[in-house]
Design a protein around this ligand. Structure first.
Ligand code: KMH
Ligand code: ZN
Length: 310
């Protein structure tokens, strides 16, 4: 088994500012937490933007510009930009930042699906901003659109034209078959980095037996040509990541998908979660990958070939 790649997803578009004072959404906080997460052992930083006025998920390159150049200049971590953005955004908007900044990696969601966040609106909260509650409640009638045409477009515009490689986000067994379809079309090649996503309402639940099954299936479909990582939303994040590491996989943590560090206890930073999974990985006798090791394992183009300049 090689070293374990830790991805840290810093802010995302699932949680809202009222849910945790530690969720970074102001640029300075996104920068600080990204540096700390990288120092703690994250080789890859998976990044979304937020409106600096109110924390609302944003697709505006101008908002990315308020933190991305500083992160790229101050850390050697691999920058992975989301092309999922938020399910409420159009695909054109979701792609704006990735097309402009040409990162080494970007996410690619492998199927259309429900992406239901509305149960989070049930908890009584003092909402900081008026967009938060309607945003969450509206997800009971929202499709996260990732059609084969959308996927093909991202593969060619980001992959073939800009040399990015992908974090293939697979929320369901069918998404593996979609990935295989694009391998057969010659649009995806090794090394394929699959992110198995658990715990989003609309995708697979966080069940270790399902992970075993996914690995067996991915072995059949992709043989030696793939590696996998696991992210699980909410309190299953660390248990499922631990299982992934035991099985030779990579791991993703971060406040994008989970705000807690223990039962009933908010994580005070992304770095806290990185350190927690790092200790677990190292207790198994494995080492965490440096950014350059991750680059080599994933066949990335290199930080000198991105277009992230202030
Ligand atoms: N938050 C994950 C469950 C993306 O950015 O493209 C999904 C995600 C998708 O990270
Ligand atoms: Zn994301």
């Amino acid at each position: 088994m090689g070293n374990t790649i830790i991805t840290c997803a810093i802010t995302g578009s699932i949680h809202t500012p009222s849910m945790s004072p530690y969720l970074p959404w102001k640029p300075a906080e996104i920068i600080r937490q990204s540096f700390d997460a990288a120092r703690a052992g994250a080789a890859i930083l998976h990044l979304h933007a937020r409106d600096p006025e109110n924390g609302r998920p944003s697709s505006e390159p101008a908002h990315f510009m308020q933190f991305l150049p500083q992160i790229a200049a101050g850390s050697d971590a691999v920058i992975n930009l989301s092309t999922g953005g938020s399910a409420i955004m159009s695909l054109d908007d979701r792609l704006k930042a990735a097309l402009r900044f040409c990162p080494e990696m970007c996410s690619l969601n492998m199927g259309s699906m429900n992406f239901a966040l509305y149960p989070m609106a049930e908890k009584t909260r003092d909402w900081l901003f008026d967009w938060e509650e309607p945003f969450l409640r509206g997800t009971d009638d929202l499709v996260f659109k990732n059609t084969p045409r959308d996927i093909a477009g991202i593969l060619s515009r980001m992959g073939q034209e800009r040399g990015a490689r992908f974090e293939f986000e697979c929320y369901d067994i069918g998404h593996l078959y979609m990935l295989k379809h694009f391998v057969e079309r010659g649009m995806v090649n090794a090394p394929i980095f699959i992110q198995f996503v658990f715990g989003v309402l609309g995708g697979m639940g966080p069940d270790p037996d399902t992970l075993d099954h996914l690995i067996a299936l991915a072995d059949k479909l992709f043989g030696e040509e793939y590696m996998f990582s696991v992210l699980a939303a909410g309190r299953h994040q660390i248990p499922m990541a631990t299982r992934a590491a035991e099985l030779g996989g990579h791991v993703r943590v971060g406040l994008e998908d989970n705000l807690m560090i223990a039962r009933g206890q908010l994580a005070r930073s992304n770095a806290e979660q990185v350190l927690q999974i790092r200790e677990i990985v190292e207790s198994m006798g494995r080492s965490v990958a440096t950014p350059n090791e991750a680059r080599q394992m994933l066949g990335l183009k290199g930080a000198d070939k991105v277009a992230i300049v202030a």
